[in-house]
Design a binder for this molecule. Sequence first.
Ligand SMILES: [Zn+2]
Ligand SMILES: [Zn+2]
Length: 390
Amino acid sequence: MSTTLLDDSAKIFPTVQMHRQHLHAHPELSFQEVETCAYIQRELSALGIPHRVVARTGVVAHIGTGTRCVALRADIDALPITENTGLPYTSTVPGVMHACGHDTHTSMLLGAARLLKERESELGGVVKLLFQPGEEKTPGGASIMIAEGALEDPVPEIIFGQHINPDSPAGRVEFVAGSMMAAADELYWEITGFGAHAAQPHKGHNPIMAATALVQHLQSLITQSRNPLDAGVVTVTALHGGHATNVIPDTVEMKGTLRSFNPAWREHAWQWLEDHTRRIAELYGCHGHLRIEKGYPPLVNDAAATSFARSVAESLLGIDNVGSFEPKMWGEDFAYYSQMMPACFWMLGGRPHTASTMPGLHNAAFAPDESAMIHGAALLAQVAVQALQR
Ligand SMILES: [Zn+2]
Ligand SMILES: [Zn+2]
């Protein structure tokens, strides 16, 4: 069985590659994936796979019958980046690019759909395919798909997903059990002081003094309020205020991000950041306000689901093509599925074998090796088949 699915995936690779190059040339931003959604539906219809639209530009499809169900998910959206790869199928949409590889994710799930449809009569249940919009933008398409009932009728008992990875060679699959990606919250500060002549600081309250003190102080959230065994990051990424050498401005604006794994510490950090913003600003006679835009929860891989998927990958792809992934503080809205059922999200190497490095995710020159999709499509299909045989 295992060699057959990998062989068959190699046979259909030209079709998967055609999907990928079409989607790559026609990228659409989060929650605007109208043509992508239509393309997915056309391909599913051609394969005779029933499907419906959810979350406006997402698609849910079912292969097989029965009471048991496993789910496979791919995200479908692109990013606001101007492509700089020079590829013949480069983006035709100015300022929009598939720079996170979601075109490969979508194409591999379409490939897996084809492989599974050919084996529909042998499946021990239903494989639910989730083509999900809006991964790159809060609140994320996953939470909307779930709210609109994509995980109902039938309810999956387990879910798998994958992400292309520029840091490992094409076709190598990497797993990690437990926390894999972080909770990601956006931070927006406004520090309000009182403007004055720069030569008379005693007549004003300089928000730049408060803001710079706050930037320094924020790191004590990490060093003093966090168990060192829990990962956590707070990074200030923008600081804007003032315009002249002789004017103390009224306000300063700052932006940043909070990343964490531990839900209890995350809540503590929200409170700490609000409190300390207010108190540090007060020390300088200013008013400090922090708005927190809460993002995705942490992505946690189920231990049993991960060891199952890893063993499937080892027999399908060979032990040399399977490895371990070091968790990252990135965000990924597959996290919402991982809160609802046993889940495993793996990384699929996409770096050309001839290169020692390649431009990373969200880079305008990101160009993964398409041959990785042979392994990715085969593994999606194989975990679904075997999960339903368990
Ligand atoms: Zn991304
Ligand atoms: Zn992504």
